[in-house]
Design a protein around this ligand. Structure first.
Ligand code: SAH
Ligand code: MG
Length: 942
């Protein structure tokens, strides 16, 4: 692109919003208060008590240190804020500068700023560049007093922004910026010496001794050389990344020291990348100007500067920096800052290097925030703020965008007001979460939030948009959920770069994401091309996760897991989905050399919390934890995760590097389950009821089994088998029991406990039950499977509220129409009972949860009132020729607000067990089966 286009490009970028201008100036000192304003003209017609949707209007007060302003009245909160900011800007008399500056003006300013840089006054000021100027005065021989232009381009923010105005591409090309500085310096030939060959600048007239002497005195104390740890990243991927120590003394110009390390004569041909990683650190990549690129030949030739390159393309460095870099590279955290005149430095170890690599993708950013590069995974679900551990999705997304030089993510939140559903008249399959408002809020309206998230390139082109369908009670939850969806998509994308177009589309659709492929690929061009190559260099690949995941999907933890202390310490307290577990772990690298195994600790934690069921740790770990109880320990053998996680985790990366290359390696993870915090729902139920509600539900079912002399039972949505497990403790007529669920993890747990109990019964010959056959099926209970037809009794306890309302209706129809059990027992929470549960069991720390979720459990899609439940069940029974009776557990039938758990018992009216033989359908997958007397099946359990 030639310079003549640049003005067009400059004007294409939209001006900063009033809010962002205020934010730049005042930061946190500017506070916005948005208030809803009543619009009387519209409200007038609405009679009292009639809930009519009136569009809300907002006004905003912006408070600044000196004054405050009031906005116009707007339809959206955001607009009100912008309006207030706009008024404040008028009052302050600020004009958004940078953006109406023309390239010509920027050019003039660059020339004059350059002459300032080389002035007497500037030399004694505190500025990163003045430190370089002083250091240049210590350079020996020909270079004495010469300042490399790259130092100006890298460390002078003003020069950078001016260069960007002149030619926007300069923002991402150091060479272009250097070239512009040289052109500007040419205009100052009466005061500056330009050594084009060496890309260096010097004053024509030496500084007078009065200025220089006092400066050198203050620095004279620094005589010894300081060792600085840096990293060399060779361009050849065959060579390892290696740690080095640079010795920088007061008499050296540190850029020369780095240049020598790269085999350059001096710093003039040294290029300096943008800072990498943390904004507060000054970690940069140093590399040489490629020989093929001779800057000063012609100014137009740079459009294809990436063309010929004598040095080998440095994949690792390019991936790390997001810039195309050739040749060997030094990674160092070294330089002058605004804070002092001394050279600042931080050690950059191998570990630092691998952590910087990990930080390139969302998963790595999350892992680092948890200080658990190996154990933690970016969760796939956001339930509540209190359950989320580590950096929040929104923060991770910000870090990611900054890393990849994108604009800050834009979150557009909308509040929706929905009218409460009038009881009794509710249609099923209506809006999600439509329970009536029991909080007694004054308006009676339920406000919820939706959040659209936009990811924009640095030039403000839209590249990703996420518009989740779900709405939330809290704005913050809407925001975090959108952010997590985008992060999940990005993670998937980086994991499987060769994803087909269809796969990309379908993944995006599932996550409510719209991708703008052209812009997306443009922004991530270097990152994607290098990521791919980079992965193939790594000792291992990402595939281990997928592979382990399959393992777990097959429900075989196999030889990889070894539980210990099962018998003596089994506390009986076991985690399930939604629990927060706390465990201690240590993960060691195990290397087998000549039959001997060497162990080296990689990562450990004394207390590591995570929410079960959200994918917050590597899949195998989660699967194992679900099988444990408090006090138990387990060892897991696992394949190696990607190199950057192992080496970024281990303190002694160098030892690990050597070990990795010596023999066959694997990781061994030793965990001890310390604590399990059960979800709010269970806690509430346990606090208020004795025996706990779950136990009362089991006893209720048992009572019906006894009365009906049922010999077969199917438990729809058996979860981790609490009902089936408890049934085995009692004497009953049951001979065949089957559980169905959609959660493999739940089924794995169920298999373990039922298997243990059945085996124990056989061993002790103390069989209190007659069960001959037990099985667990994987599948959705909205689907039909002919193997479960005509059972005596079917249970579905606390399951339907985990499905959408329309699915609950489908389930009802499938069971009563196709499965046709003699008896069906369905239980679900009674929404009207919630206030009592909450009052009795809520601890103060749960308040936030309570606010976020009106329901007992975050996974509940709805909770019905007695009337709603009655409506559903009565209608269902009528259509399928069943009778229905209502009952419940916890509380009393005829005392408000009824039972805590409401139960409907459906009884088949006609006695025909119509087995529609033509309907043979085996939709479910048998994941575990038991034939009591047949020993061959004993091994099929977990
Ligand atoms: N009945 C058990 C578990 C209740 S939790 C008990 O009382 O303890 C709800 C269970 O329903 C979860 O295990 C969930 O996986 C399951 N579930 C939700 N939707 C389902 C569906 N469509 N098909 C099968 N199981 C489902
Ligand atoms: Mg439930």
């Amino acid at each position: 692109m030639g310079t003549q286009n640049s003005s067009v490009i400059v004007s294409k970028k939209p001006p900063p919003t009033p809010k962002s201008i205020i934010n730049q100036r005042f930061g946190a000192k500017a506070t916005y208060k948005v208030e809803e304003v009543q619009d009387c003209s519209q409200n007038g017609s609405a009679g009292l008590g009639i809930l009519q949707k009136v569009p809300s209007l907002y006004s905003c007060t912006l408070e600044l240190p000196e004054f405050s302003v009031l906005s116009d009245i707007c339809k959206r909160k955001k607009d009100a804020e912008q309006s207030a900011a706009e008024k404040a800007i008028e009052k302050l008399g600020i004009h958004p500068k940078e953006d109406n500056i023309t390239p010509e003006k920027a050019w003039d300013q660059l020339v004059s700023w350059l002459s300032v840089l080389f002035s007497n006054e500037f030399l004694s000021s505190v500025h990163p560049v003045s430190c370089h100027l002083r250091a240049a005065l210590h350079r020996k021989g020909d270079f004495h007093g010469f300042l490399p232009v790259s130092a100006i381009a890298a460390y002078d923010a003003k020069v950078c922004s001016l260069c960007k105005c002149i030619q926007p591409e300069a923002a991402s090309s150091l060479l272009l910026a250097i070239e512009q500085i040289i052109r500007a310096a040419e205009k100052l030939s009466d005061s500056l010496i330009l050594c084009e060959d060496h890309l260096s600048l010097k004053r024509l007239n030496a500084y007078s001794p009065e200025i220089v002497l006092p400066l050198s005195k203050s620095e004279a104390s620094m005589v010894e050389s300081i060792p600085v740890q840096v990293i060399r990243v060779p361009s050849s991927v065959k060579k390892d990344v290696e740690p080095l120590t640079l010795n920088v003394s007061f008499n050296d110009y540190y850029l020369d020291v780095i240049a020598h390390e790269l085999g350059l004569r001096d710093a003039s041909k040294l290029l300096i990348s943008r800072p990498i990683g943390r904004a507060s650190s000054d970690t940069r990549l140093y590399y040489s100007v490629s020989n093929a690129i001779t800057l000063c030949q012609s100014s137009e030739s740079h459009s294809n500067q990436t063309g010929v390159c004598e040095n080998e393309f440095n994949v690792r460095a390019s991936y790390l920096s997001g810039q195309e870099i050739c040749g060997d590279v030094i990674l160092a955290s070294l330089g002058y800052t605004w804070r002092s005149i001394d050279l600042c430095h931080e050690a950059v170890s191998l570990r630092t290097y691998y952590r910087l690599l990990a930080k390139k993708i969302p998963r790595g950013i999350y892992k680092l925030s948890r200080e658990a590069l190996v154990a933690a995974e970016l969760p796939t679900m956001f339930t509540t703020r209190s359950n989320w551990k580590g950096s929040f999705p929104k923060e991770i997304l910000s870090v990611f965008c900054r890393q990849h030089r994108l604009s800050e993510p834009v979150f557009l939140c909308n509040s929706l007001e929905s009218q409460p559903v009038l009881q009794g008249s509710t249609g099923l399959g209506g809006a999600k979460r439509n329970g009536s408002d029991l909080d007694g809020a004054s308006t009676g309206q339920i406000v919820s939030y939706k959040c659209v998230l936009k990811i924009l390139s640095k030039h403000h082109d839209l590249i990703i948009q996420c518009s989740p369908k779900e709405s939330f009670k809290k704005e913050a939850d809407a925001i975090e959920t959108s952010a997590l969806k985008v992060l999940s998509w990005l993670t998937l994308f980086f994991d499987t770069l060769d994803m087909s177009a269809e796969a990309v589309t379908s993944a995006s659709k599932d996550l409510d994401i719209l991708i703008y492929p052209e812009q997306f690929l443009k922004e991530f061009r270097i990152c994607l091309s290098t990521h791919h190559q980079f992965q193939s260099i790594g000792a291992t690949s990402h595939s281990f996760l997928a592979c382990e995941y399959m393992h777990q999907q097959n429900n075989k933890l196999g030889d990889n897991v070894c539980f210990s202390k099962i018998d003596d310490q089994d506390s009986g307290v076991t985690p399930s989905t939604g629990c927060i577990v706390c465990l201690s772990y240590n993960i060691a690298l195990v290397v087998v050399v000549e039959g001997k195994s060497i162990k080296e600790l990689i990562e450990s934690s004394k207390e590591f919390d995570f929410e079960v069921g959200c994918g917050a740790v590597f899949p195998l770990l989660e699967a194992v934890v679900l099988q444990m109880s408090i006090g138990q320990s387990a060892s897991i053998k696992m394949e190696l995760p990607p190199e950057e996680y192992i080496l970024g985790a281990a303190v002694n990366s160098a030892t690990i590097v050597t070990l990795l290359s010596t023999g066959s390696c694997f990781l061994e993870c030793h965990i001890t389950l310390l604590q399990v915090t059960v979800p709010l729902e269970d806690r509430m139920e346990q606090a208020l009821f004795k025996p706990p509600l779950s136990k009362q539900r089991v006893e209720y079912a048992l009572q019906h089994i006894r009365q009906s002399c049922a010999t077969s039972l199917v438990d729809f949505g058996c979860g981790s088998g609490s009902l089936l497990d408890s049934l085995l403790d009692y004497t009953s007529s049951l001979e065949r029991i089957v559980g169905v669920d959609l959660s493999r993890k739940g089924l794995a747990r169920a298999a373990k406990v039922i298997h243990q109990k059945l085996s124990a019964n056989i061993d002790t010959k103390l069989s209190s039950n007659k069960v001959k056959y037990a099985a667990l099926f994987y599948g959705s209970i909205t689907n039909f499977d002919s193997r479960l037809c005509g059972f005596d009794i079917a249970t579905c306890l606390e399951v339907i509220e985990h499905m959408e309302e329309d699915e609950a209706c489908i389930f009802g129809d499938v069971v009563l129409d196709s499965f046709r059990p003699s008896i069906l027992i369905v239980s679900t929470p009674n929404y009207e009972y919630n206030p009592i549960l909450q009052r009795s069991a809520l601890r103060s720390e749960d308040e936030e949860d309570r606010e976020t979720c009106k329901f007992r459990n975050h996974d509940h899609k709805f909770e019905w009132t007695r009337e709603q439940f009655c409506h559903w069940a009565t209608d269902l029974a009528k259509r399928h020729k069943y009778g229905v009776e209502f009952s419940g557990v916890g509380g009393e039938a005829d005392k408000e607000p009824g039972f805590a758990s409401q139960i409907a018992v459906f009884t088949k009216k006609d006695d025909t067990t119509i087995l529609k033989t033509e309907d043979v359908a085996e939709d479910y997958e048998v994941v575990w089966e038991w034939n009591g007397l047949d020993d061959t099946n004993l091994g099929s359990a977990v």
